[in-house]
Design a protein around this ligand. Structure first.
Ligand code: SF4
Length: 300
């Protein structure tokens, strides 16, 4: 197992360990047409937002949307245009003119922090005190470096091709905040060792649902990252890593067959009926195991 933790890996592991294992092995499933449509929309929007001219934007649009069936292209174009406009309007209305806007910034932090008890600690020692040496990665869509009367602010923005903000989007954003905060703390320690000053920024988290149907309501949620929650979050992430390593040690990645299989690349509908989604990858694995057992019986 690669010693890497991202929000997506955590979510997949928590929902279905079987899918997590398949993805770790690099097995690719089938992407259904709806997922493909939204992925292309997301890619086109992400690239079009950065375009300086209308022609450039049209070229980006054509590059991605031409891959869709002709009948879907017009609707997709309208959706992308609308999302690009929303993204730009929301960014410019919440950002000072002097702010620096960066797209696709990556944050990274290696968990090598040992637990050091302090005599003032009133709480019991944590359940996961040891560093995992996993590298945590976070790559938000947009990072804005801004200032207000209290000092520097890093605004981490995640833009979703969705109609509303879901709880998993908030968890995702909090994970981004955690990795960024840890990276800043490490940079601060390094700067101090060199005898330099370092301004620790406040972190603001923003999640936008770019396909929100609301016209008047702002399709975004904004909240401040709380460093006081960090210890507890680290314990949560370390627990997930410990569970992943234990599953790998035992070779035990059970399938969780439920409604979520309908959105999984390894799920498959029988006869086009959404009530009959099965896990094709799991079925193939069971059939293979049965075949191997029969072959072994025959040889015996
Ligand atoms: S189809 Fe369902 S059971 Fe199969 S890998 Fe996907 S989520 Fe897991």
């Amino acid at each position: 197992m690669r010693k890497v933790l991202t929000h997506d890996l955590r979510e997949i592991f928590r929902r279905c360990k079987f899918r997590f294992d398949l993805q770790q092995q690099g097995v690719k499933g089938n992407i259904d047409s709806k997922t493909r449509y939204f992925r292309l929309l997301g890619k086109a929007t992400e690239e079009a937002v950065d375009c300086k001219s209308r022609q450039e934007q049209t070229a980006v649009f054509l590059h991605h949307i031409q891959q869709l069936p002709v009948l879907e292209q017009q609707a997709a174009r309208v959706e992308v245009d609308c999302m690009v406009t929303r993204s730009r309007e929301l960014t410019s209305s919440t950002t000072n003119k002097t702010a620096k806007v960066k797209r696709q910034e990556q944050y990274k932090w290696v968990d090598n922090e040992p637990y050091t008890p302090s005599p003032d600690d009133r709480e019991p020692p944590p359940l996961y005190p040891n560093p995992t040496f996993f590298t945590f990665y976070a790559k938000p869509d947009l990072v804005v470096e801004d200032w207000d009367a209290h000092g520097k602010i890093i605004r981490i923005v995640d833009e979703k091709i969705a109609e509303r903000v879901r709880s998993k989007d908030r968890r995702n954003l909090y994970f981004f905040g955690f990795v960024a905060s840890k990276q800043f703390a490490r940079e601060q320690a390094q700067a101090w060792r060199r005898g330099e000053s370092y301004e620790m920024p406040s972190i603001q988290l923003v999640v936008r649902a770019l396909r929100s149907p609301g016209v008047l309501s702002v399709p975004e949620e904004v909240f401040w990252y709380k460093r006081a929650r960090e210890k507890g979050s680290l314990q949560e992430y370390r627990k997930d890593i410990a569970d992943m390593l234990e599953a790998e040690r035992l070779g035990l990645f059970p399938a969780s067959i439920d409604w979520d299989c309908g959105r999984c690349p390894f799920g498959k509908m029988v006869d086009g009926d959404p009530m009959t989604i099965i896990c094709e990858a799991y079925r193939n694995q069971v059939l293979k195991q049965q075949q191997q057992a029969e072959d072994a019986d025959t040889v015996a």
